[in-house]
Ligand binder design. Structure first.
Ligand code: BG6
Length: 510
């Protein structure tokens, strides 16, 4: 258990209404409402609070409330505590049916919100959550602005915030166009671009680990670190998302957001404070220091793959091209790996290898920091090549934790070494959590803390970093897809990417 005796009191957010566009959709069912319920369980919802669902389906508020309760029960896989549910939600769940493109929907919504303010004392504070397909982001924000619903007024007496899900654009130009469009209607302080990786405890802990401890930062640089590997591997395939995924691919789907978030937290400089913009300034600075790739670089330092039929965890797995809504001759990648150089004093000559893929043998998201070998080996009985360099593994999921491996003397008369580990596990220290990550993000939206949200310049810098790869890959369609078997660690070219630098991927269990 934790060695700390006192748990800081978390302040309650002020009065507000969460308005969910796309309230009958999958995201609301799987993530949003379970997170709102978890906040209720943790007694972290405002005293004066309501949820308004907006969607095209016709439904009464009572039917909507029943649906939400059944959905939360189904997706969280546990019984709902009726007392918690009633206390938090009875008389506080509302529903407005309407077309998102129709001004009448927003008029009707405005009337309902004013009524809620009067009845429940929510004081005009509103969090508009766009849990909709991306092509609706700009039109909904346009309607919110035109109807005055997103208008904060000059007195800042009440706030209006808009949460935007991913994908934010599908390349640099579209992301910039979307930013320009919404910035013409909202202030940046009102915009919360979500990346659910930033809701994960372990991702947030990267900054605490680096900057709340005195011993790691002095060695966090090119003098001591040989290279860094960032892996986000999934065992699932494309499932029912073929229509979206076949146009996106692994690079777009995972890299400019989740993997570059992790990269920026691992590699950024210390911010002057933990104020939202101080942290976000440093993250953007890091992304801007990524060395731009030219076409030759892409050909030699980026690898793509697509899975063929195989076996994942003893289950047979159909080829990507056989997935629903995927073209039978699709050239979309389900695996991407590449090498990144960061042009600054801290990281000169330290490669960062990044990879992500579907249908991999294990679900694992981790950062492996590989240190340099000790400069001199005074041990006669142990060949130098047997010595392993130290490595620090940040396990984002599953088995969340951090472990440091180092060499120790094996007991015996002669000096022989083995690699051993110092291991910190979240579950051992802090117990299991029911939180799914969205709780922190929703709480931060309600309290107005933008630290864990992507600012416009981060989104654009992320797309800019991968644009050369997107360009080369779209101009030169892959010729040998599928090129890895489901249940393997990707195409052999990914291994060669590291092998030509004299390195290899850290593959858990082989
Ligand atoms: C999403 C991607 O953003 O992240 C999915 O669109 C992916 O394709 C998912 O499966 C992974 O998230 P997590 O939290 O399961 O690692």
């Amino acid at each position: 258990m934790s060695t700390s005796e006192t748990v800081p009191v978390v302040p309650l957010p002020g009065p507000c209404v969460i308005v969910i566009f796309g309230a009958t959709g999958d995201l609301t069912k799987r993530l949003l409402m379970p997170a709102v319920y978890n906040l209720a369980t943790a007694e972290l919802l405002p005293d004066k609070f309501a949820v308004v669902g907006v969607a095209i389906d016709s439904m009464t508020a009572e039917q909507f409330a029943e649906k939400l309760k059944a959905d939360v029960k189904e997706t969280s896989g546990r019984e709902i505590d009726d007392a918690v549910w009633s206390r938090a939600f009875d008389g506080r769940l509302f529903y407005a049916s309407g077309d998102f493109g129709d001004a009448a929907t927003y008029q009707q919504l405005g009337v309902l919100l004013e009524q809620i303010d009067r009845d429940l004392g929510t004081e005009g504070n509103r969090l508009f959550y766009l849990a909709t397909p991306p092509m609706l982001f700009a039109p909904i924000i346009g309607q919110l602005a035109a109807s005055g619903l997103s208008h904060e007024g000059d007195s800042s007496e009440n706030w209006r915030r808009v949460v935007i899900e991913k994908p934010f654009g599908h390349d640099f130009d579209s992301a910039r166009a979307l930013n320009l469009d919404i910035i013409s209607k909202l202030h940046e302080r009102q915009i919360y671009r979500i990346d659910h990786y930033l809701g994960k405890e372990t991702v947030q802990n990267i900054l605490v680990f680096r900057f709340a401890n005195g011993i790691f930062e002095p060695i966090w640089n090119r003098r001591y670190i040989d290279h860094v590997q960032i892996t986000v591997a999934e065992t699932i395939g494309v499932e029912h998302r073929g229509a979206y995924y076949d146009h996106a691919g692994a690079l777009r789907d995972m890299v400019p957001n989740h993997l570059l978030q992790i990269l920026s937290l691992v590699a950024m400089e210390s911010p002057g404070s933990f104020e939202a913009d101080a942290v976000r300034d440093e993250k953007v600075k890091l992304l801007k220091a990524i060395r731009p790739l030219d076409e030759e670089d892409v050909l030699s330092a980026a690898v793509r793959g697509q899975y063929d039929a195989g076996q994942v965890a003893d289950q047979s797995f159909a080829a990507y091209r056989k997935s629903p809504n995927v073209a039978p001759d699709s050239n979309t990648e389900t695996f991407a790996a590449f090498k990144v150089a960061i042009d600054n004093w801290r990281w000169a000559d330290v490669p960062f290898y990044i990879r992500t893929g579907k249908a991999m043998p294990q679900r694992v998201s981790e950062v492996a920091i590989q240190f340099k070998l000790a400069p001199f080996m005074p041990f006669r009985e142990t060949a130098v090549e047997q010595m392993q360099p130290n490595s620090l593994l940040i396990r984002i999921q599953p088995n969340e934790g951090i472990s440091l491996s180092f060499e120790a003397k094996r007991p015996g008369i002669t000096v022989n070494t083995d690699t051993v580990k110092m291991d910190f596990s979240y579950a051992d220290y802090f117990g299991q959590t029911q939180f799914i990550g969205y709780e922190t993000l929703l709480y931060d939206c309600m309290t107005g803390d933008q630290t864990l949200f992507q600012r416009a310049d981060f989104v654009e810098a992320g797309w800019r970093a991968i644009t050369p790869i997107l360009d080369v890959w779209s101009n030169l369609p892959a010729r040998k897809f599928p090129n890895y078997v489901a249940g393997s660690w990707g195409p052999h070219e990914a291994d060669e990417l590291l092998a030509k630098d004299g390195r290899r991927w850290r593959n858990p269990n082989g």
